[in-house]
Design a protein around this ligand. Sequence first.
Ligand SMILES: *Cc1c(COP(=O)(O)O)cnc(C)c1O
Length: 298
Amino acid sequence: MIRSTVARVDLAALQSNFRAIRAFVAEPTSSPRDVGRVPAPTHAASPPAHATAQPAVIAVVKANAYGHGDGRVAVALEQAGATMLACADIEEGIVLRRAGVTVPILVFGALSVSDLDGLFEFALTPTISTPSAARAVQAAAAARKTSVGYHLKVDTGMNRLGFRHDNLRWMLPDVLSSPNLRLDAIYTHFATADDPEHALFGEQRVRFEEAVRTVQALGIPKTLLRHTANSAALLRDSRVWYDFVRPGLLLFGIVPPPLASTLDLQPVMSLTSRVVAVKGLRPGESVGYGGRFRADAP
Ligand SMILES: *Cc1c(COP(=O)(O)O)cnc(C)c1O
């Protein structure tokens, strides 16, 4: 039987959203003009002192691309110019590779729940967020006589994954001296980016900048790439764009409430169906379980 209820995913809309986000972060004064209901930020919209010219976009396609179909969404984003994708675990990354993704794929999640072989066989980029993860990836890389680039996750106040921001001086030297691991980037994740009133957002930003200085002081010779901004953070504060932004929701056309944006986004998924019955009601009559809808007109 052919059902008349259909979810459609518009890959052209997805690609258009990707380009709109990329254009938005290419324009350093976008943020304040665009913040809609959020109280005007108190900062000047100048990019951070040592920012790169234009942040790149890490397109977040975890959890089956937010339910939109991971493989086809990922390939469409790569075609639109995405230079890095991100997913939750190694298994998701393997699905993306098998679908034909060739750009770097960052795995956000805890590695302990996954089979590390996939990192090497499918050239995925791990997040290192604990000393034991560093040891496990180091051992696996050494056994394969190879090296692997990773992103370091710093916990600046979410209190989920990541090295505590106030502990880096003690925790990191071992990780950084792992001979088969190469630190490519440092990142954190905001707990309250969608709450304009919450002070934690600003505190996390300050802690992150301190963490970057700490890591650099531990002797990281080359430039250390930085990223922090999910969709909400990207919309509200250009100071947290750094070298990459990490939108998920915005790609799919969703502005996280209560934020508003003038970004020209299109909905990517639409759900359509067929009306199966039309009935006439008198004022005061109700419909269905619990009678929750009540007609106030014929
Ligand atoms: C899910 C996720 C994102 C994207 O968040 P959105 O709110 O969908 O933009 C960014 N970074 C990390 C670490 C995530 O887990």
